[in-house]
Design a protein around this ligand. Structure first.
Ligand code: GCW
Length: 673
């Protein structure tokens, strides 16, 4: 049977290495799960299912180890005092230990054991020995969420893998088995929350009718340790509540939200909380009434009262008629509010200051709001990264942000430490990934897009994992165990994001893509709904040079960073080339550290980037014998599109910028005369 990608990384095909399979069979003759937690039951069921597939034989689940038994088994134990790990959120942590003849998986909660079970299965799936297993792990970040930009009509904003997986017209009565498979996949990588609807939210989700549907989904997710969150439409009190205002300081509005929140918790007792996009891109918000983001967020936090829920308030804001630099706007609106948010509020910040571009410097709010827990929002769906047609492995992008040093508390003040709360001693911490999941049979459209969902979860759990280590796990579980093929696939995955940047937006170019669709090149775009939706606003090409001067002689956005960062990025000689045109307007003939002029370097990157897609095609062709034919053919076809479109990007951008540089295309790229 051809693999249709539905099983993701949870394939559990029988292990073919007989010696290894026998060793695992010896170690796993039964599963003992002692306890009544519903999530522990899930853990036992998942382990049983995984073992049955991998070992090719059924493994019984028992309540207790039979005394005097000589069989070797796997013991699942929830214990409030389990010694799971020294750092991280130990409620979710686990320990796996070989003890006597048995393997013991312990956690402080059912969820901890569930995560431990998936970790154990991962060891088996990737062919690791289990006899001396000793590992402990706890997630560094507490709230690990997917954000779905799914609409009530079944469309997905910026979704490229079919329509929404939520079937609102069938809910709550019909529970598509896919919901369970979705929960399994998420739990296997440590995701513990999902905001199920678009941040450009419909008020409909807050109606009693829809809350019943949401309740049904929450019921599917609960056994997997996953909580449901809702994106809320700010003007809901007017639209569905019949009030005249949505002013957060209006007593009736407060009362409406408090009652609505009570109603939600009656229906969904473990409801996670609210995600809010307000006063952004035309969405209503507290500023409509002369209030600020803190007034709005705090009102919702108050509405949550004693319930164990949170408010994630997004910082993705920029004014329609600002004459400033969009780069600075979120900072200018939010930085002054630091210290004004109630304890249940987290401010959710995109990785970069503009909008999920292929490469952005880290957002200047990281490190700048020490009194507020900040959620890092990354995009798993590839809005600006070639949709589901370009192979772009995103772990390097996520890590580039997490590993960035804000230097706000001296060297070593990484974005990761801001986000996990350790830099400023926050009690709560969160990370969110905008999902790339749809109703396509293989979930993500591009078969390799699954790796981005996987990598998000793994990094949310432990940002110290390397991109290559995550790609290796994923490739072994999903595509092949053949060592040479794994190495080849991991190599191309790990380089793919840099390759994409080179043929689309090298040297720090940004926001030069097709208008509103955000696909393909359109650097010439000079007129759009608003100036900061054009391309010329960002690249500023002229007869002298290219790039956005954000130093003190320009917009001075650089001043939002700490002095150490300013110093490095403020000087074009020390600014990393990858960020150069984010901060400097550089002369076409200016020599760069590579020994080439700006123009020649730009052309070189566009050409070598596009050629690297051919390299990826060759690498992928070489693994054909090791990969399922259907998956191989699918990726091959998408790589062909990617190659064509890399040439499209290259030629469009080089020829457009050449009208300003008036320089020839350098050897060896110049077309033959
Ligand atoms: O990336 C942009 C998208 C919008 C999106 C917005 C946001 C949900 O183009 O489609 O809206 O960001 O993050 O709010």
């Amino acid at each position: 049977l051809a693999d249709d990608g539905y099983r993701l990384w949870l394939k559990y095909d029988p292990i073919t290495d007989v010696a290894q399979r026998n060793a695992y069979r010896q170690a796993a003759q039964y599963i003992a799960a002692d306890g009544s937690s519903i999530v522990l039951k899930t853990a036992a069921k998942e382990l049983q299912r995984g073992l049955q597939g991998l070992l090719g034989q059924p493994v019984p689940v028992v309540a207790k180890v039979e005394s005097g038994s000589t069989k070797r088994g796997i013991l699942l134990i929830v214990s409030p005092t389990a010694n799971v790990s020294v750092t991280g959120h130990s409620q979710d942590g686990y320990r796996i230990l070989a003890q006597g003849r048995n393997l013991v998986v312990t956690g402080r909660s059912g969820a901890g054991v569930l995560y431990g079970v998936f970790a154990l299965l991962r060891e088996l799936q990737t062919g690791q020995p289990v006899s001396n297993l000793a590992q402990a792990s706890s997630p560094r970040i507490q709230y690990r969420l997917l954000n779905h930009w799914d609409n009530p009509n079944g469309t997905v904003e910026r979704g490229y893998a079919g329509s929404s997986i939520w079937k609102w017209y069938e809910l709550p009565n019909n529970l598509d088995p896919r919901y369970t498979d979705y929960a399994r996949a998420n739990a296997s990588i440590g995701i513990n929350g999902v905001a199920i609807n678009n941040v450009n939210a419909s008020a409909r989700y807050l109606t009693p009718e829809y809350l019943q549907k949401v309740k049904a989904l929450a019921g599917v997710f609960r056994p997997y340790g996953i909580r449901v969150y809702l994106s809320v439409f700010w003007a809901a009190p007017k639209v569905i509540g019949g009030l005249k205002t949505s002013d957060p300081l209006d007593p009736q509005v407060k009362q409406w939200w408090a009652a609505k929140t009570e109603e939600i918790y009656k229906v969904i007792p473990d409801f996670g909380g609210f995600l809010v996009k307000a006063n952004s891109e035309g969405e209503p918000g507290p500023q409509d009434y002369g209030r600020n983001h803190a007034d709005g967020a705090n009102m919702l936090a108050d509405a949550l009262g004693q319930h164990d829920g949170i408010v994630m308030w997004r910082a993705f804001v920029y004014k329609a008629n600002s004459n400033g630099d969009r780069f600075k706007e979120a900072y200018e609106e939010f930085k002054p509010l630091d210290g004004k948010f109630l304890p249940k509020v987290l401010v959710q910040v995109k990785n970069g200051p503009i909008d999920f571009q292929a490469r952005e410097p880290f957002h200047p709010l990281f490190g700048a709001m020490p009194k507020t827990p900040l959620v890092l929002e990354v995009q798993i769906t590839q809005e600006y990264l070639g949709f589901a047609t370009h192979l772009v492995y995103l772990a390097p992008l996520f890590k580039e942000c997490l590993d960035s040093d804000t230097q706000t508390k001296g060297p070593g003040s990484m974005v990761a430490k801001v986000v996990d709360g350790s830099l400023d001693q926050h009690r709560i911490s969160g990370i969110a990934g905008v999902a790339n999941i749809g109703s396509d049979r293989n979930w993500t459209g591009h078969p390799m897009g699954q790796a981005n969902w996987y990598a998000f979860g793994r990094l949310a759990w432990d940002y110290h994992l390397t991109s290559a280590a995550i790609a290796t796990e994923w490739a072994k579980m999903t595509l092949t165990r053949e060592p040479k093929a794994v190495a080849t696939i991991v190599d191309m995955m790990d380089k793919s994001r840099d390759i994409y940047v080179r043929y689309t937006t090298p040297l720090g170019l940004h926001h030069i893509m097709g208008e509103s669709i955000h696909y393909g090149p359109q650097p010439w775009l000079a007129k759009a709904g608003r100036p900061d939706w054009t391309a010329v606003y960002y690249h500023k090409a002229d007869s002298l040079g290219l790039g956005f001067n954000r130093t003190a002689t320009g917009s001075n956005a650089l001043a939002l960073y700490s002095p150490g960062v300013q110093k490095q990025w403020g000087d074009p000689k020390t600014c990393p080339l990858n960020y150069l045109l984010w901060f400097h307007h550089v002369g076409w003939k200016q020599p760069l550290p590579t020994g080439r002029t700006l123009w020649n370097e730009l052309v070189t990157r566009y050409y070598t980037g596009a050629d690297s897609v051919t390299w990826m095609q060759q690498r992928w062709a070489s693994v054909k014998p090791a990969v399922d034919p259907a998956v191989h053919a699918d990726v091959t076809a998408r790589l062909q599109i990617q190659r064509q479109e890399a040439l499209w990007w290259r030629d469009a951008c080089v020829l457009y910028f050449q009208t300003y540089s008036r320089q020839p295309i350098p050897a060896p790229f110049a077309p033959p005369t």
